[in-house]
Structures are given as C-alpha cells and as structure tokens.
Design a protein around this ligand. Structure first.
Ligand code: GBE
Length: 492
C-alpha cells in the first residue's frame, strides 16, 4: 500500500549500532592448521557431491592468515562493530574442554585485540554451525543431550579467554537451520536425515544448550565482565496470501510459530514450545502410530531454566513468502516438519530476485516481522544480526541491486522504529565480504567486498555497496533531503 511503501528516510536513534558479519567456517580456512580439529563442515564439504563445484572452506577467504586485512577493510569503511564467530574445533580440537588448543586461543586474541586497537567493537557468535566432528562421531552431536554439557564448557572457555574484552555474545546462530537443514535432510552438515524426529530432538538440545551457556555467563561471569549474551534466530516473514481469509491468517501465524516460535517461544514467552506446535505434532504423531509425540517435552524445571535466557533478541532476516492453508491436511506416512505445520509457502515470482533461489527482495517484510516480534515477545531489544543480498554475477564490483536491497530494507527498519515503536538497537549487513555460502559454495556471493578465490592472496576489493553502507553509517541513516530547497536570492 503506497502509504506504507513510500521511503521514510531520516536518521536512526543516537547510538544505533551499524555492523557487518561473517562466520568462521565461511571465511577462515586453515581447516587443519596449528592443531585445529576437524568439524562437521570440513567433513561435509570435503565429501564430493555435497557442495556446488565441490567447493570447500579449506582455505575460503584465508582469514586465518589474513585477519589483519579484514580489520583493515572494516576500518576503511569506518564501521565500529564487527560480528564474527569462533571455530569450536580450532579452540577445542576434540570438542571437549579437556584439550585447549593455544594456537586457536591466540588467533582469536589477535583478532579481538586488532579490532579493539582500531576502535571496532566485536560481537562474537559462539556457534555458527561448525560442530567438532568428534562430538558428532562420539555421541551424535546435537541429537544427544550430552552436548549440553560440552557446549556449556566450550562457552565457559570462551568467556574465560575473551570475556574481558568481548561484551556482546551470541550463543547460537540460527538453531532452525542447524536442526532442520542439518538433521532434517536439508542438505547441510552433518547431513542426517531425521526430518520430523531427529530435527525436533536436535532443536530440543540446542535450546537447552543455549540456556546452559547463558546461565554459565549469568552465574559466573556477568558480575565481573558485565556483557550481554543473546541468541540469534532466523525467520522469513510469512505474509497471509489473502488477508481477508481467516484460514490464510491462521496459516501465516502457524508458519511463524513453527519457524520463529519453535525457538523464540521457549526463550521469550513461557519456556515451552508454541501451543500450536504441541497440538499439531502430538496429533500427527498419534495418527502415525508413535507411542509418544515426536516433539519432546520440557520438564517444569527446564521451562524455568530456559525462559528469559537471552539478554536481547537477535534476528537474521532475508526475505518473505506468502502463506496459505492447503486444501486439506493429509498426515504423511513418514514424519516431516513441513507436513506437521501444513502451510503452503511460496515466493511471488514478480518479486525482484537475487543470486539465490530462495532470496527475493521484499523490503516491507522486515517491518512486519519486527512488529510481530515486538508484539509476540514482549517488546525485547532487537539486534538485527544479519540482513543481506546475493548476486550471481560474482565478479561485478558494481552492485546496484545490493544497494537497492540495503537501502530499502534499512529504511523499513527505520519505519519499524519510528512508526511502529519497535526497539531495534542494531543493524548488521551480511556480509563484510564474499565467502563460502554453504551448499552453494562460492557460486553465490553476499559480500560488500569481492574476494578472488582464484588468487592465493584472496584479495578483498570494495564493491559499490560497501561505500553506500559506509555512507549510511556515517549519516546514521538517511538524512532527509532538505524540505525547503535553498534558493539563492537573485543578485540585485
Ligand atoms: O531453500 S533452498 O533449499 O534453496 C536452500 C536454502 C538455503 N538457506 C536459506 C536460508 N539461509 C538462512 C540464512 O542463513 C544465514 O544467511 C546467510 C545467507 O544464506 C548465510 O551465509 C549465513 O551463514 C546464515 O547465518 C540459509 C541457507
């Protein structure tokens, strides 16, 4: 609707955080350097057939050796925040806190000190999908509740070593992706096919592991380190296809609860899964002959432990889809997450496309999603920890489509703040530079800097969008064009 769609422009609140992000497996390389243990993405990417062109992150952007370059290009844009993740198996090669790899500790200390020396504040993600392979081999990784202890102890090692200088932590990046794409046959590491069974167990253990890491900080580190620990959840905006149809409104709400609510509801509402998940999965499980629901349950104690275990709401958002109710809900013989929530979800082919099939540019979606989060989760402080755009033309330094995407999405965030009163504190552009885009390898590029993966030096080169983003940060938004054009008095 034209009123909502018009650019608002204007500046963001004083002190608004402008950042950019990367993650360890996607940029570091050094996959077997200096005592680092293998992780599930080392294994998955080095298994032919899993990744486009059989690309791997063995070298990636070579940030293990070129982290000073990364600090330099951040400084060059005068950005004051940088979000990156720690490689669990670089710090703890077998995943347990019994063996700390000092070279891994040193690498992150150098990076953190380098950022701080240039006035850049680090935001650190403990886990961005790269699980130590030994934990997957020893006990099934996220499928086994043993991981709750190991993740907690890993978090403790990170707080101990870096918490004197790192004051913004994220425990998990996108548990939905970890559970559904990693354990639900979604084409991500570790490539387990247990959709609708193992994916719910993995999510259950992810939620408890997150809470464990938050409580360890709250009990043992907050008093002396005074930082903030949160979680970052990804979600598309689920737009009811026909807003005058009750069934579509319900379908969109159901999709939102099964996607964002899966993790958001326990942590930010009442310690338990959304009602609609409990009802629909219990019912489907019974019909399918399971003697207990495929959706695990939390004890009363666990609910208390989980609720409130995040100091802010981290959001990764990229795109939107239409949601509508299918003609009928036929419960599938084989369990599946998508069958459990029975929603038709699709992208409008008219929406501007990107370099990724799943990513359409739909700016108004982020405003609606931010308002939904405000209403659903009690008006939390929200840090947008990822938002970005991919291009398939991987060598073009001129990237107007990415600039359009950033300008319109950032303006919608401004509307959410100024017009809807949403408490957004930060915006983070994904990504600082081209990197390993998971199953798409290097065929899809999200960077504001180009990286030449055919050059051993992995040179980073600014794209136009990096200068655009630097300008937005310098102006803290979009200063309104002066209302009254200044007209020179005609010379008398
Ligand atoms: O639907 S398809 O079957 O064709 C493949 C789906 C692939 N997903 C889409 C959603 N994306 C969520 C955001 O994922 C985030 O965004 C970035 C871009 O993906 C990643 O590079 C970041 O690491 C990740 O945090 C993760 C990858």
């Amino acid at each position: 609707d034209p009123e909502r769609d018009a650019f608002l422009f204007g500046t963001f609140p004083e002190g608004f955080i402008w950042s950019s992000a990367t993650s360890s497996y996607q940029i570091e390389g050094g996959y077997d350097a200096d005592g680092k243990g293998y992780n599930i993405w080392d294994t998955f990417a080095n298994t032919p057939g899993n990744i486009a062109n059989n690309d791997t992150g063995n070298i990636a952007c070579d940030s293990y050796n070129k982290w000073e370059e990364d600090v330099r290009i951040i400084k060059e844009l005068d950005l004051e925040y940088y979000r990156f993740s720690l490689s669990w198996s670089r710090i703890l090669p077998d995943g347990t806190a019994d063996n700390v790899n000092q070279a891994g500790i040193d690498y992150y200390n150098n990076l953190i000190d380098g950022l701080l020396a240039d006035g850049i504040t680090p935001m650190v993600t403990l886990y961005h999908w790269d699980l130590p392979q030994d934990l997957q081999d020893d006990y099934g990784g996220w499928l086994n509740e043993t991981i709750i202890y190991d993740f907690g102890e890993y978090a403790r090692v990170c707080y101990e070593n870096f918490g004197d200088r790192v004051k913004l932590w994220l425990t998990l990046n996108e548990p939905w992706i970890i559970a559904q794409l990693g354990y639900g046959c979604g084409g991500f590491a570790p490539g387990v096919c247990a959709d609708g069974t193992g994916s719910y167990v993995a999510a259950h253990n992810l939620i408890k592991s997150h809470a464990k890491a938050w409580h360890i900080y709250d009990d043992d580190f907050r008093a002396t380190q005074a930082g903030r620990v949160g979680i970052t959840l990804n979600s598309d905006w689920m737009e009811p296809y026909n807003r005058s149809l009750e069934t579509d409104l319900n379908a969109a709400e159901r999709a939102q609860q099964f996607h964002l609510g899966w993790f958001g509801h326990p942590i930010f509402v009442d310690g338990d899964y959304p009602e609609v998940m409990r009802e629909m999965i219990d019912y489907s499980s019974e019909v399918q002959g399971y003697n207990e629901s495929r959706l695990p349950t939390f004890t009363a104690l666990e609910k208390e432990y989980i609720l409130g275990s995040s100091d802010f709401f981290g959001l990764n958002h990229y795109t939107t889809g239409y949601a509508s109710k299918p003609d009928e809900w036929v419960i599938s013989d084989n369990p599946s997450y998508y069958n459990d929530y029975a929603v038709d979800f699709w992208k409008d082919p008219e929406w501007p496309s990107s370099g990724s099939d799943w990513l359409k540019s739909v700016p108004w979606g982020i405003r609606r999603l931010l308002e939904w989060i405000k209403d659903e989760y009690g008006d939390p402080e929200i840090y947008v920890t990822e938002n970005g755009f991919s291009t398939k033309d991987i060598d073009d330094l001129n990237d107007p489509d990415r600039i359009d995407y950033y300008q319109s999405y950032i303006d919608e965030v401004l509307k959410a703040i100024e017009m809807d009163g949403v408490n957004v504190k930060a915006y983070t552009a994904w990504s600082l530079m081209d990197n390993f885009e998971w199953a798409a390898g290097y065929t899809e590029r999200f960077g504001m800097h180009h990286v030449d993966f055919d050059d051993d030096d992995r040179p980073r080169t600014q794209k136009d969008s990096s200068l655009f983003y630097a300008t937005v940060k310098a102006n803290n938004g979009f200063p309104k064009p002066t209302e009254e054009p200044i007209t020179e008095e005609p010379a008398v």
